[in-house]
Design a protein around this ligand. Structure first.
Ligand SMILES: [Zn+2]
Length: 218
């Protein structure tokens, strides 16, 4: 059996969020940041899960911005898996309907079910043969977490870090100094070869962001 971690990246909704499905040869899987904004996108995700005979163990939000949580209700009701997020993000999450309206997204209250479990720094989320280490990295938004997978040399960072850029800190609960501090202490300390999966745009590596990211030059 192939025990290595596989990551399928979908690009969903008008804000172009990266929705990830993490899975391995055990067929257990987690969904990170379900951002489906249409029936078509819901079907694309569900077809992938079915075609690969996956069992969804958890649904995880890296942070509660509307583009990352839009498909929460669909995933929870379709896959009957617990929804995980950091407790500090609840304030933003409970205002999802208002943020959705502001972005012109069609959504309803049932799209945003209450989380089943809170995750925090140091937690390890296990499924199949995988272990995701939770790093707490606020600065882009309250409740932002990254998921580090040392065995597979990768990290899922939500909107904390992007290829050649960093997350916005001008939205409610953003804090630029805190964002930079968390990137420097929690992410730039990972091995240079670590593959970075951002919430938007292409993958990168810690090493290339150390070298080229203009926001991280001191
Ligand atoms: Zn965000």
């Amino acid at each position: 059996m192939d025990t290595g971690l596989k990551i399928k990246v979908f690009n969903f909704n008008m804000i172009q969020v990266n929705t990830l499905v993490l899975y391995d040869g055990t067929k257990e899987a987690v969904i990170v940041d379900p951002g489906m904004g249409s029936l078509y996108e819901q079907a694309a995700l569900t077809d992938f899960v079915k075609d690969n005979s996956l069992t969804i163990k958890y649904i995880i939000n890296t942070h509660p911005h509307i583009d990352h949580v839009l498909g929460n209700g669909y995933c929870v009701s379709t896959f009957k898996a617990p929804l995980l997020m950091h407790e500090a993000g609840l304030g933003i999450y409970t205002r999802s309907m208002a943020y959705g309206a502001a972005f012109g997204l069609s959504c309803e209250k049932s799209d945003f079910p209450d989380p089943d479990q809170y995750i925090k720094e140091g937690d390890v989320i296990q499924f199949g043969n995988q272990a995701l280490q939770v790093l707490y990295t606020p600065g882009h938004a309250d409740g932002s977490v990254c998921l580090y997978v040392p065995a597979s040399n990768c990290v899922i960072v939500g909107d904390v870090l992007f290829a050649d850029s960093i997350g916005r800190s001008d939205l409610p609960t953003g804090n630029h100094a805190l964002l930079i501090e968390n990137i420097q202490t929690k992410l730039m300390t990972l091995p240079d070869t670590t593959v970075v999966y951002p919430g938007h745009g292409p993958t990168t590596t810690i090493g290339s962001e150390k070298r080229d990211n203009p926001f991280l030059r001191i």
